[in-house]
Design a protein around this ligand. Structure first.
Ligand SMILES: C[S+](C)CC[C@H](N)C(=O)O
Ligand SMILES: N[C@@H](CCS)C(=O)O
Ligand SMILES: [Zn+2]
Length: 347
């Protein structure tokens, strides 16, 4: 049984990438896209608040990303924690149901999308065959820092009182629920330190989690994760965990991604996933993005083929990227020339 599960989890990503024609499109910024549609996420639950107040918007954003060409859609559970929901006055049972609901909503969006494709009788072509576009549902797990709701993902500093065991206890029940929710994989996202990566790896093994996972780190310089551990050391933790089927970097400025891919390639043969943010800076206390003159969407999209040549296989966007970004990525990967219009990340 054990080795069967291992083989199944490790082949999921390989087979999926093959079906996609070698490269897959991940969706774009989720919380910021909810916000662009009018959601108020200035709340300790951040995007997870919408699971309670506006699930229809959650569905809409998933659908928008599917319409833009995404092969992987990531659930609204990034900041959905049992502890966070309970702090809002919900019962543990209600909190657990909301976690399950985040996955169901994503499945429902995928079904709606597939039905629309059938009704419009338009097919997608993958790997030379006319077939349904392969789409996976990834259950998001944000870090302990995300739960702290002050932008701590970008510092990774939890203090000496937070040990690996603390982190395992914090994440255990949520990971178990998401693993049994019907999701295809778990996306551990925006990981800010090595300790949390170790906690996730331990949980996956010790709890016999039976779906695969990806580990995606964040970085402010392309060399280290926010807490200061090297991206390479963090990648080694992910690489040695048999349940991990892809490793990468997200919510990081696009200009650092190329060098990170080169570093990751030296220590892992697992598929590399990259989904950078817009390159803007987040003010975690006021929950606001500070506009920068930095990178434009055109720069971002022009990087994609370089990231592919450097060895990445899965490409998407994180905070402040939009369905436009994802549409442009899908075009680059399919060999079409990118749009001639000049879309902005966030209008
Ligand atoms: C990746 S950051 C932009 C996430 C937001 C944070 N956890 C917050 O609650 O403000
Ligand atoms: N999947 C999350 C990641 C935040 S860094 C989102 O896009 O909102
Ligand atoms: Zn992000």
């Amino acid at each position: 049984m054990g080795s069967f599960v291992k083989e199944e989890t490790s082949s999921l990503m390989t087979e999926f990438l093959e079906k996609c024609g070698g490269y897959a499109v991940v969706d774009g910024g989720f919380a910021t896209e909810l916000q662009r549609h009018g959601a108020d996420i200035n709340d300790p639950l951040w995007s997870a608040k919408c699971l309670i107040t506006s699930p229809h918007l959650v569905t809409k954003v998933h659908l928008d990303y599917l319409e833009s060409g995404a092969n992987i859609i990531i659930t609204a559970s990034y900041q959905a924690t049992i502890q966070g929901f309970v702090a809002k006055g919900l019962s543990v049972g209600e909190a657990e149901n909301l976690l399950r609901r985040s996955v169901e909503i994503t499945y429902e969006a995928r079904e709606i999308f597939y039905n629309r494709c059938t009704k419009g009788s338009w097919d997608f072509t993958y790997a030379g065959k006319a077939s349904r576009r392969p789409i996976l549902v990834a259950a998001s797990v944000g870090s302990y820092g995300a739960y702290l709701a002050d932008g701590s993902e970008y510092s990774g500093i939890y203090g000496d009182s937070v040990s690996k065991e603390t982190l395992k206890d914090f994440h255990r029940r949520r990971v178990q629920i998401l693993a049994n929710s019907g999701a295809d994989l778990i996306a551990f996202e925006t990981i800010p330190n090595k300790l949390e990566a170790e906690a996730y790896a331990d949980l996956l093994e010790e709890e016999n989690i039976n779906i695969p996972a990806w580990f995606s780190f964040t970085s402010k310089d392309g060399v280290t994760v926010p807490r200061g551990d090297s991206v390479v050391e963090c990648t080694k933790v992910a690489d040695s965990c048999t349940k991990v089927v892809a490793i990468g970097i997200n919510c990081t400025a696009p200009r650092y991604i190329h060098d990170v891919i080169i570093s990751l390639r030296q220590v892992t043969r697992k598929p590399i996933v990259v989904y950078p943010n817009s390159g803007e800076i987040y003010d975690g206390l006021n929950k606001k993005w500070i506009k920068s003159e930095g990178e434009s969407e055109e720069d971002f999209v022009s990087y994609v083929s370089k990231w592919r040549d450097a060895g990445a296989s899965l490409f998407g966007g994180c905070c402040r990227t939009t369905p436009n970004t994802i549409r442009a990525i899908a075009k680059v990967l399919s060999g079409e020339s990118p749009a001639t219009s000049k879309p902005k990340f966030w209008q």
